[in-house]
Design a protein around this ligand. Structure first.
Ligand SMILES: CC(=O)SCCNC(=O)CCNC(=O)[C@H](O)C(C)(C)COP(=O)(O)OP(=O)(O)OC[C@H]1O[C@@H](n2cnc3c(N)ncnc32)[C@H](O)[C@@H]1OP(=O)(O)O
Ligand SMILES: CC(C)C(=O)C(=O)O
Length: 800
């Protein structure tokens, strides 16, 4: 059947009350009402499968946790389940002393008796009686006149008075009385007042405080707009006598979807109390939603006296007991209500959080309140135990702001604006292609893949293993040139397609030095266009995050600016230089794509073009040794001398052999004239100084040694100096680990400067050693360097 063209032929408009001097429109809410939850009665009676005792008990305790002090627990005369549930609560002492349990009964003597029996022995109880008072109900349901309707209510009120007094005498239960003129909103306003006056007179003992009688004015069916309900409530409040002895209560239903508005306006109109259900369960379209009402007040700065700080726990219990879901868009509680999918909302929320953070810090500093003022978010999700994760969700409707917000929340990275735009298009492509929502996981994974960020799974073809930045004046610049001081050298070990390579470069700063190294060794030609950084975390755990934008190698700033092509990179490190270098490699990885890179030529001989870094790369590749820069230089000279003798030809095998022999690397201790046999180290008091005692082979003889120093190596050095002719000092020391896990060992490099014969003999030598113990590897390197010096000294003496 189609909808009517003329609905007026079927539906009569509601006739509003004429209340021209209404006061409520200019009132403002300043305090919460008394709350009564009728979930266990009105909510329960509306369920296809009413709750079991176990479910009701769980629900009851959830209501207590939320802070309800008045709870309508049942219609006890309706069923044994309801009656026994109430008895159980009382007999098992589950009702706290400050909580009123309320029970509903119709105006029927047998059912009233059973109802009062159900609460006998309880500390505090409210007996709630109702009969419908509207014309329709009088005529159709009760077939009663107005007088008979009044008489029914008054008569049964008297019965309740008598039975409750008997019960108090016997069990000490404190009673209050609530009367509902059911269908109040459809009842003639003056008649509703008349019935309630009769009930008040029949009760005969309405007083102040807890002795007030409760008149509950239900919108049993919501048939009019909320302002009309407010008018009716204001009319009632103004016409009922002894207003101070009355609690005016509301019981809105939601048939027109205006239950919340009706309750809020009727509270302005003078009501003191609201009955409703959590998340709006109840007959037909439900009772007014108490969570919604309470949180509306909360967001106006009024403490509602109810606690929903773990709203999900409440939702879980309510949905489980009612077997009804909470709609995803339900105010405050739906799973989507703190979620923004659209780009402009996300952008505004992200900006809102940023600005608010600053504003709150300033307010905290001044000791002022930190007000919540956020675009699109009327309440702080955290106040309801929700985190911000759900706030921004990403699909094809989303923008850069939301995506950047999620990256910031989940990876702690605050991308610069232009990088946000670049990453946005990455996500847009995926979201469009896959036509689905992008989860946080999707976004963070895409971020890691795009920028080769976050551990070995996402590593690119170029990975920084170790580096040293030095600021020795560049050889290319004349001494005294100021620019010489500003130049930086990058020396690093980089894994290139899984092969470790030593690369070196020179620039105005560490990043340009690395770019130079990439250009020199790997033919990767890039220039830096943008750089920014920020700290992540606080205190000892602070790390640095750096962001770079690289463009194809450009001649000047203009060309850099104009470049249409660019690649972004991100690096995080404990050290700001490290994070910047990593960011450069991150962007360089994107720039090279799968282009072939020049390989380290392991089979080609030494040539004039071979550089220190190439030699160091071979040593690194073959022996996993990351030679310090000065040692690279020294060995390079050794190689050059040797290559001269072989007309520039030297195989890589010969190169490694030369290295082993030069530094006596990997040669067993037994063949050594200087070697470590054992050692012990002690701290000397609180000074931090160390004492080393040990057994060293010195000049081929096992010797007991002892020495002190600021560190272990200086103590060992002192111990050794006592047994050799001249004096050696440690000029440079470096160490690194080789391998991983249980296979890991330490590599140590020591350069000793030696002086003998009153300065007539001055020598330098490196010692290299590895050991599973870092201290032992340091001592062995020291003794190796000493052994080399000893030989050099003898040779020098022979030459004299
Ligand atoms: C708006 C509300 O939500 S009010 C609460 C509604 N909740 C419930 O009804 C749930 C519990 N109810 C029940 O279990 C049952 O209805 C009972 C036990 C109360 C009564 O059951 P029954 O005696 O079988 O009567 P029935 O359910 O048919 O109720 C209708 C009768 O009660 C009368 N009645 C309805 N409301 C009231 C009332 N508030 N006071 C007195 N009588 C009433 C009707 O006029 C009708 O009387 P009639 O049989 O003389 O015509
Ligand atoms: C019993 C009354 C208060 C009721 O539930 C209603 O009118 O909806």
């Amino acid at each position: 059947m189609p909808m009517l063209k003329e609905p007026s032929q079927k539906y009569k408009p509601y006739t509003p009350l004429n209340l021209p001097d209404r006061q409520w429109p200019s009132k403002v809410a300043t305090k919460p009402p008394y709350w009564l939850s009728t979930d266990l009665r009105d909510g329960n009676q509306a369920l296809a499968n009413p709750m079991t005792v176990a479910q009701k008990t769980l629900f009851f305790h959830t209501l207590l946790k939320c802070g309800f002090k008045e709870i309508e627990v049942a219609y006890p005369a309706a069923s044994d389940t309801d009656f026994n549930f109430v008895r159980g609560l009382i007999e098992q002492g589950q009702v706290p002393d400050d909580v009123w349990i309320q029970v509903l009964t119709p105006a029927r003597e047998d059912l009233i008796k059973r109802t009062i029996e159900s609460v006998a022995g309880c500390k505090r109880a409210i007996i709630h009686m109702y009969n419908a008072t509207s014309c329709l109900f009088r005529e159709v349901v009760f077939r009663n006149s107005k007088e008979e309707t009044v008489a029914l209510a008054a008569k049964h009120t008297k019965i309740i008075r008598q039975l409750t007094e008997e019960c108090t005498a016997k069990y000490g239960t404190i009673f209050r009385y609530e009367y509902s003129p059911e269908t109040f909103t459809q009842t003639e306003p003056e008649f509703a007042v008349e019935v309630c006056e009769a009930v008040k007179a029949a009760w005969g003992k309405a007083g102040l405080g807890d002795e007030r009688i409760i008149f509950n004015l239900p919108a049993t069916v919501e048939i009019g707009p909320p302002n009309h309900y407010a008018d009716q409530v204001e009319y009632f409040c103004r016409h009922i006598s002894e207003r101070e002895k009355i609690v005016v209560s509301l019981h809105p239903h939601n048939d027109r979807g205006q239950g919340i508005a009706a309750a809020e306006l009727a509270m302005l109109a003078g009501a003191d109390r609201v009955e409703g259900c959590l998340f709006g369960n109840g007959e037909r379209t439900g009772n007014v939603d108490l969570v919604n009402l309470a949180l509306n007040q909360y967001t106006q700065g009024i403490s509602p006296g109810l606690d929903f700080s773990d709203i999900q726990a409440v939702i879980d219990v309510v949905t489980q007991c009612n077997d009804l879901p909470v709609h995803p868009r339900h105010p405050y509680a739906g799973e989507l209500v703190f979620t923004a999918f659209s780009g402009s909302h996300q952008d505004a929320i992200k900006k809102g959080f940023e600005v608010q953070r600053v504003r709150h810090a300033e307010a905290a500093r001044k000791g002022e309140p930190q007000h919540w003022d956020m675009p699109y978010l009327p309440i702080d999700p955290a106040d309801l135990g929700c985190n911000y994760e759900a706030v921004i969700r990403v699909n094809a409707q989303s923008g850069k702001g939301g995506i950047a917000y999620l990256v910031q929340q989940h990876l702690g990275l605050d991308m610069p604006r232009k990088m946000q735009i670049a990453f946005y298009s990455v996500i847009q492509d995926i979201a469009d292609r896959e036509a689905r929502e992008m989860t946080v996981e999707d976004i963070t994974t895409a971020f890691r893949k795009t920028y080769h960020y976050g551990g070995s799974t996402y590593e690119g073809r170029l990975v920084l293993k170790s580096f040293k930045i030095s600021s020795e004046p560049s050889a290319d610049l004349p001494n005294g040139d100021e620019a010489a001081d500003e130049r930086r050298q990058f020396d690093g070990t980089v894994s290139v397609d899984g092969v470790l390579r030593v690369i070196r470069g020179d620039g105005n700063g560490p990043l340009s030095a690395l770019l130079d190294a990439l250009r020199t060794h790997l033919d990767i030609d890039l220039s830096l266009r943008e750089y920014s950084e920020h700290a992540i975390g606080q205190g000892q755990d602070t790390r640095a995050a750096s962001y770079v934008e690289l463009v194809p190698l450009a001649r000047d700033v203009k060309e850099i600016r104009r470049s249409a092509e660019s690649w972004w990179g991100i690096g995080v490190d404990a050290d700001i230089t490290g994070s910047g270098l990593r960011a450069v490699l991150s962007a360089a990885n994107s720039a090279i794509g799968d282009r072939e890179l020049p390989e380290l030529q392991l089979s080609v001989g030494f040539s004039a073009k071979t550089s220190q870094a190439d030699i160091a790369s071979v040593v690194l590749h073959e022996l996993q040794l990351e030679l310090p820069r000065r040692l690279q230089a020294q060995f390079f000279e050794v190689v050059q001398r040797a290559a001269r003798e072989t007309a520039g030809q030297m195989s890589y095998g010969a190169l490694i052999q030369l290295f082993r022999e030069t530094y006596r690397y990997d040669i067993p201790d037994t063949e050594e004239t200087f070697a470590l046999r054992g050692f012990k180290m002690e701290n000397l008091g609180e000074s931090g100084r160390k004492e080393l005692t040990g057994e060293f082979v010195i000049n081929g003889k096992l010797t007991r040694v002892q020495g002190q120093g600021n560190g272990l190596l200086t103590a060992a050095q002192a111990a050794l100096n006592a047994h050799i002719d001249g004096k050696a000092v440690i000029r440079e020391y470096a160490e690194h680990s080789i391998g991983k896990g249980s296979e890991v060992k330490a590599a140590s490099y020591i350069e000793l400067a030696y002086e003998a014969d009153g300065g007539a003999i001055r020598l330098n030598a490196w010692g290299i050693a590895t050991d599973t113990d870092i201290t032992a590897s340091g001592l062995k390197a020291l003794l190796r360097a000493s052994g080399t010096l000893d030989k050099m000294h003898r040779k020098a003496l022979e030459q004299k």
